[in-house]
Design a protein around this ligand. Structure first.
Ligand SMILES: Nc1ncnc2c1ncn2[C@@H]1O[C@H](COP(=O)(O)OP(=O)(O)OP(=O)(O)O)[C@@H](O)[C@H]1O
Ligand SMILES: [Mg+2]
Length: 398
């Protein structure tokens, strides 16, 4: 995130203040404005340092800490207060919230939870003009998009890479692409990046994973897109478990405004974990029988799991590539869902960009295929046309 949240903390106990401080210092979007070891001095510290958020650790003296929270609420209305305590029982949480805290975290604080709480405070903090913003810049929610194909070579990597680069063009976006086609992924080749670290390094260091380490593991492309590539050695794929991926996605989600996953075509447990953690699943198809039949099967499988089917948006790639291709109308009837986006066939621009290892916005910025993918990026950010209404299929399994 480009916005920095300036934080002041108060905790009289060195043994809990130190780890909290180190956690905060590891987050790029946080500036530790002030640290205080006495509850009675903290109001003055807050007045002088005027932080965006204050963190009050309760455990040294609950009564004094709650009194301080009440005082801060009166002195600085609107200043978000995050309370931290090892006593995570309902009573303690209620007391802190009643005193005026906006968020409560159980100590020892877990990085993902801290980041998510800070994100909620950032989003909920009213701007002076009443709109939801932070430090004068527009609010940025995170958006997680999984790109999955209905058969090999359907265009997932091309779409994921170019979507990522287009999204990264917006100044306030911070975009990461995770290559989850763990065996044969080629997002690094498409972007001509030679990464120092891969998802395997992150998985091997999962126990000491913090934001600094994770950020350093991502490789930055000149468009601004960050890439976390698949493992180089195939045998390292076994190192990556679903719970690792869950943790990595949780951390990245709290730190990047947009995450894109380039998934494999094998419906592996890691693919499913990524889809569960996504806001949108772009299911890429082409206007031919095998692909459309697989779309119906995949929609059926995903529809069996609560909440997954509703996230799917069907994107048809390479429209206009063959004379005898199935019509869009027939395709929609077959899959029982409107086609969310159509990407035109443009062999020259796509292949040229892939062979040069550059995104379309560099290689063929005016091409129809680039314009279409830019439109898709905008639409996913809520800047495009409304998707069509759902329609029932006479071929669907439902
Ligand atoms: N809209 C398009 N127009 C023309 N060619 C395209 C288009 N989209 C993708 N291609 C071409 O199709 C081929 C396969 O694309 P891509 O590698 O993106 O597919 P994939 O689904 O990721 O494949 P894999 O199953 O190997 O992961 C590439 O040569 C790419 O240039
Ligand atoms: Mg691919």
């Amino acid at each position: 995130m480009k916005d920095v949240q300036r934080i002041a903390i108060v905790d009289p106990s060195d043994s809990t203040r130190e780890p909290l401080r180190n956690l905060l210092l590891g987050v790029e979007s946080i500036w530790l404005e002030a640290e205080c070891s006495r509850y009675e001095f903290f109001s003055d510290v807050a007045r002088q340092s005027s932080p965006d958020i204050v963190v009050v650790s309760l455990d040294a003296d609950h009564a004094k800490a709650l009194q301080l929270i009440q005082q801060l609420t009166l002195d600085f209305p609107g200043l978000p207060i995050l309370a931290v305590s090892a006593r995570g029982d309902g009573q303690s949480i209620l007391q802190a919230l009643r005193a005026g805290a906006k968020e409560f975290l159980t100590a020892p604080v877990v990085l993902e939870e801290l980041l998510l709480a800070l994100q909620r405070l950032r989003v909920n903090r009213p701007a002076p003009d009443g709109s939801a913003s932070f430090n004068g810049s527009p609010r940025v929610d995170s958006l997680v998009v999984a790109v999955v194909g209905s058969r090999g070579g359907v265009g997932c990597t091309s779409l994921a890479v170019n979507l990522g680069c287009n999204l990264a063009q917006e100044g306030q976006h911070n975009v990461a692409l995770i290559d989850l086609d763990l065996a044969l992924g080629d997002a690094d080749v498409a972007l001509d990046l030679i990464p120092d670290y891969t998802l395997a390094d992150v998985a091997m260091n999962i126990d000491r994973l913090d934001m600094t380490f994770l950020r350093r593991s991502l490789c930055r492309h000149e468009t601004g897109l960050s890439l976390l590539p698949h493992p180089v050695q195939m045998e390292d794929i076994a190192l990556i478990h679903e719970d690792h991926l869950q943790r990595v996605i949780g951390l990245l989600r709290a730190s990047y405004s947009h995450l894109i996953f380039d998934l494999s075509k094998r419906f592996t447990p890691t693919d499913l974990t990524a889809m569960r953690m996504s806001d949108v699943i772009l299911l890429v198809a082409q206007l031919e029988l095998t692909s459309l039949r697989n779309v119906v099967r995949m929609l059926h499988t995903l529809g069996n799991e609560d909440g997954l089917g509703d996230k799917v948006k069907v994107v048809v790639n390479r429209v206009g590539s063959e004379d005898g291709e199935i019509t869009l109308k027939k395709a929609e009837e077959t899959i029982g869902k409107p086609i969310y986006w159509q990407v035109p066939n443009d062999f020259k621009a796509m292949l040229g960009a892939r062979n040069a290892g550059v995104p379309l916005l560099t290689h063929a910025p005016k091409s129809k295929v680039q314009q279409s993918l830019l439109g898709l990026a905008n639409s996913l950010c809520g800047k495009g046309p409304e998707p069509k209404k759902e329609r029932r299929s006479f071929f669907s399994f439902k």
